[in-house]
Design a protein around this ligand. Structure first.
Ligand SMILES: [Zn+2]
Ligand SMILES: [Zn+2]
Length: 191
């Protein structure tokens, strides 16, 4: 489903990630989706402090509370009923809500600027991938490069082949902050 609103509501679920980190992610989302997403708002939904959360259920809860494009960010594990692994991010095809779990994206502890940047950039890349789905983009089976020479934000690999640690290193760290020409063409056509 494609919403025509150009506003993104970023909702923190649980309280691990800081407000300033959310704002940094929001600002960098605007950079990568310039002209498509024009503003964002940050909300906190901290009564949902859970270790594990059903990905589909949380998108339904957020869809009832917020309008337009919604990005939920949680440090809880995101689980689904048909996959063995928990997921980094997902989106409900019936609404415009995407969710991202930071649980397996960061270094265990963040003690340096470099580790903080790793955490923010991974969360940002998974967020942009899921927002890309919200905007109608589809996963790339192949490893398409974007103009920055890095993988397109919509690239994905065989999860089972990599395992989650390998997936983070190869696919998520391999992505840059740009969409490939084909994705950009689609976005220009639609928005
Ligand atoms: Zn995807
Ligand atoms: Zn692409």
């Amino acid at each position: 489903m494609i919403a025509d609103t150009q506003e993104l509501n970023i909702v923190r679920i649980g309280s691990y990630i800081t407000h300033s980190s959310l704002k940094e992610i929001g600002n960098r989302i605007l950079d990568s989706l310039r002209g498509i997403i024009q503003e964002y708002k940050v909300f906190h939904c901290d009564y949902l402090m859970l270790n594990k959360i059903d990905a589909e259920l949380i998108t339904m809860i957020l869809a009832e509370k917020y309008t337009g494009h919604v990005l939920g960010i949680t440090d809880a594990d995101l689980i689904t009923d048909d996959e063995f692994y928990s997921i980094f991010g997902g989106k409900n095809t019936n609404n415009d809500v995407a969710v991202v779990s930071t649980n397996k994206l960061g270094p265990e502890r963040i003690t340096s600027d470099e580790e903080y940047e790793v955490f923010i950039s991974r969360t940002l890349k998974v967020s942009l991938h899921e927002i890309g789905h919200n905007l109608g983009l589809i996963d790339h089976a192949s490893y398409k490069k974007a103009r920055d020479g890095m993988l397109c934000l919509m690239s994905r690999g065989e999860f089972n082949k990599f395992g989650f640690r390998g997936y983070v290193k190869v696919v998520i760290d391999g992505r840059g902050f740009c969409f490939c020409n084909e994705c950009v063409r689609f976005l220009k056509l639609v928005y």
